[in-house]
Design a protein around this ligand. Structure first.
Ligand code: CIR
Length: 253
């Protein structure tokens, strides 16, 4: 069970955030309203949500998930792979420290975005991506092992982050699209397949038996419901324009 969440209010500069989506610039006021809807969804799942203030110095800082990994046994501040995002971690360190006084840290030359890290109980899958390098993954695995957990790397071909394409929904179940539907590493899981034309919905989040999923992907929504989850749809169209999914918008622990 998760009891807490941390989110970070989008800043006006988000319209200049990193993107490959080709969907145009986000509408800031709409993004703020959507962010409120996202917070409400987390609260409906039973989380007490800490809302950090916007930070105009970092256009992508609302994608707070990339800056820290919170596990059952420890919290790790990352070293984000995109240079423009590196110093986002200072504010996140202060926020996470309120809950975990002793923090672990990924250090150069290691880089790691926690959007590349998928928690399955006490084992963590780490995507090797343009943002997460082998040294960052090596450091994270060493940290996890010191805290009684394990980690292993997964190669990525087409997606930005591991969790762009695959989400763990607990109960031995994955929501997966594209290259993740048939990976050897994931053969032991029940896989709910997300069709290519709904691939954005592969980034959903499990919170306490609920699955929060992006609005507008009816086939995936139906699969989540028929697998027995209570689904909550939220509109995150303005974050999608910056390659951001649902999981990127919060830390949950
Ligand atoms: C970036 O490119 O870093 C942001 N525009 C989007 C980050 C999305 N985060 C995630 O998938 N974990």
């Amino acid at each position: 069970m998760f009891t807490k969440g941390i989110v970070k209010t989008p800043c006006k500069a988000m319209i200049h955030g990193l993107t490959t989506a080709g969907l145009g610039k986000p509408d800031y006021d709409l993004a703020l309203a959507q962010h409120q809807g996202y917070i409400k969804a987390l609260e409906r799942c039973g989380l007490e949500v800490t809302v950090l203030p916007a930070d105009e110095g970092f256009p992508d800082s609302t994608f707070i998930e990339d800056a820290a990994l919170i596990t059952p046994n420890c919290a790790v501040i990352t070293n984000p792979g995109a240079v423009s995002r590196r110093d986002e971690v200072a504010a996140i360190r202060e926020a996470v420290r309120q809950f975990y006084p002793r923090l672990e840290q990924i250090t150069p030359p290691g880089t790691l975005d926690a959007g590349d890290v998928m928690m399955v109980g006490k084992h963590f899958y780490i995507g090797l991506s343009k943002r997460t390098n082998p040294e960052g993954a090596r450091q994270l695995i060493a940290i996890l092992e010191r805290h009684g957990m394990t980690g292993a790397t997964v190669s990525l071909e087409t997606v930005l982050h591991l969790k762009t394409g695959v989400t763990y929904l607990e109960d031995n179940t994955l929501l997966a699209t594209g290259e993740f539907r048939a990976k050897d590493e994931f053969r032991q899981f029940r896989i709910l397949e997300v069709d290519e034309d709904e691939s954005y919905a592969a980034n959903s989040v499990w919170v306490n038996g609920y699955v929060i999923t992006p609005q507008g992907f009816p086939k995936t929504l139906a699969k989540i419901k028929s697998a027995g989850y209570e689904a909550i749809e939220v509109d995150v169209s303005e974050f999608r324009k910056l390659d951001g999914g649902l999981s990127c918008l919060s830390l949950r622990f």
